[in-house]
Design a protein around this ligand. Structure first.
Ligand SMILES: [Zn+2]
Length: 304
């Protein structure tokens, strides 16, 4: 399985257009520190690529990665579709950028589909431009949510999902409760037996999530906040990290101690611009390295 990391920032990116915090200012002064919104591209065995979340930066992210460029025919694209972890604007707005596609497949859980298709009107808006096909990550008993057999079509990937958060996007705050508003995606490639677990938002570390992480070869998870108090200390919110739906990296609630016990290669992504990890010189990087953990970078290629 081949993964291309397209972005590693939480909502707003680094720098965020209206923010002059140290992380954002640092990225303006040092363009190498820039992080686009968190997203991955995953190559299936037929050579096509699936985007894991479609961000507002998608146009730039495609141009920055030649494997996603079109050709050899004038309108031939290697991008087959989009798999969503949740319905947040930062993970879905890029779908509209793909309106020039002939066809587009979007895979998501039922509440995410209802939010994006219903409240954001994706199907009604894109329908006149492209053929949009929704595939649902369905619940089957107590098994992880799974994609219908044979989808993504011919991709050689089996996609399932573990619920990780019932947090609804603000635009759907009054929508019905559901534990599958945000999921950890499990991408399994039968040809190689390799599994990726991708979870850019983790509100609680459940037993099901732990089992999925323990079975994976690579785990890429929520690194939004370094510690529980970061949102309050930096003045971006009156809530804590977990109050905002993100387990912090460090501290008693933190995920670093859990990830350090896994055999998988573990990387953090979805860094908020307040997270000290956006500064490559921050001592927190050494703390993680001592635990055998990594911070994903834009442009990173991961082969499993
Ligand atoms: Zn900032």
């Amino acid at each position: 399985m081949l993964l291309q990391v397209l972005g590693t920032a939480a909502g707003g990116g680094v720098p965020q257009w209206n923010c002059a915090c140290p992380g954002c200012s640092g990225a303006r002064a040092h363009p190498g520190r820039r992080r686009r919104h968190a997203s991955l591209a995953v190559r299936a065995d037929d050579g096509r690529w699936y985007l894991v979340n479609a961000t507002p930066d998608l146009g730039d992210q495609i141009e920055a990665h030649p494997v996603l460029h079109p050709g050899p025919r004038p309108r031939q694209t290697p991008i087959a579709g989009v798999v969503l972890t949740d319905a947040e604007l930062d993970h879905t707005l890029g779908i509209w950028r793909l309106r020039e596609a002939d066809t587009l497949e979007v895979l998501a859980t039922a509440p995410v589909r209802r939010a994006v298709d219903g409240r954001l009107n994706l199907g009604a808006v894109l329908g006149p431009y492209t053929t949009l096909t929704w595939r649902e990550l369905e619940r089957r008993g107590d098994q992880p949510l799974s994609a219908p057999a044979g989808t993504p079509a011919g991709a050689g990937l089996r996609i399932s999902a573990v619920p990780v958060s019932g947090k609804r996007p603000r635009y759907a705050a009054d929508a019905p409760e559901d534990d599958a508003w945000a999921v950890a995606l499990r991408l399994y490639e039968p040809a190689t037996g390799r599994t990726l677990l991708y979870a850019p938002a983790v509100a609680a570390w459940s037993d099901a999530l732990h089992r999925a992480a323990a079975e994976a070869d690579c785990v890429i998870v929520d690194g939004t906040f370094w510690d529980e108090e970061e949102p309050r200390r930096t003045g971006i919110s009156s809530r804590t990290a977990t109050g905002m739906g993100h387990l912090p990296v460090d501290g008693p609630e933190g995920t670093a101690g859990i990830l350090a016990t896994l055999s998988a290669r573990c990387l953090y992504t979805h860094l908020n611009n307040t997270n000290p990890l956006v500064d490559p010189a921050a001592p927190q990087h050494k703390r993680l390295a001592r635990l055998g953990l990594e911070v994903a970078d834009d442009g990173m290629v991961i082969e499993l």
